[in-house]
Design a protein. Structure first.
Length: 195
């Protein structure tokens, strides 16, 4: 439970406004579809979970992180995550493995995501008359990726310094996280549009 919700919301709003300014600056040079605009929600998840962990102290026994959501333990220790995979336990990619279920309830249908780790998952699979499908994710290529990444590095380093985050891998971990979403070189066999 978050006890400092007003304070946390104000801080997060201020951070997101700063992130919007960076996005507008990048948009002038690289277009509206850029690294920051594509990853905006993931950056916000990373930073807002950081703020929550700083201002709403969590019990020491909470050790597991669900990247890009982090906890207090992650912020105070030098936890390095070198490689993320498509099966990594992160909220964005988890969507690819979640089930989109239709449940009949009072003559209405409800749509929601259910994680395979959730106890409801097995029950739905076992008793469901509905069909399910996996979604697959393909990495994308954006022009000037490295130049755009420099803006994000500067932003994350400033954030880390401002909020006295001790984990020296705070910025690097997020940059490693980006690797599961973006191609470093344009794939000539890729049929989807590059940006």
């Amino acid at each position: 439970m978050v006890y400092n919700i007003d304070k946390i919301n104000k801080i997060n709003l201020k951070i997101f406004k700063s992130l919007d300014k960076i996005n507008l600056k990048i948009s002038k040079h690289y277009g509206k579809i850029n690294l920051i605009s594509i990853m905006m929600i993931e950056i916000q998840r990373y930073l807002s979970s950081t703020i929550i962990s700083i201002y709403d102290k969590q019990p020491k026994y909470i050790n597991q992180i669900d990247f890009p959501h982090v906890n207090q333990n992650y912020l105070i220790k030098n936890i390095k995550i070198e490689k993320f995979t498509m099966k990594s336990n992160n909220n964005l990619y988890k969507l690819k493995y979640d089930i989109l279920s239709l449940i009949k309830k009072n003559n209405d249908f409800e749509i929601f995501n259910v994680s395979p780790k959730n106890h409801i998952y097995k029950k739905i699979i076992k008793n469901s008359i509905f069909s399910f499908s996996k979604q697959h994710f393909q990495k994308i290529y954006i022009k000037n990726y490295l130049e755009q990444k420099e803006y994000l590095i500067k932003f994350l380093n400033t954030f880390k310094f401002q909020y006295k985050i001790k984990n020296k891998f705070f910025t690097d971990n997020f940059l490693n996280y980006l690797e599961i979403f973006f191609l470093k070189k344009k794939n000539l066999n890729q049929t989807q549009k590059s940006y």
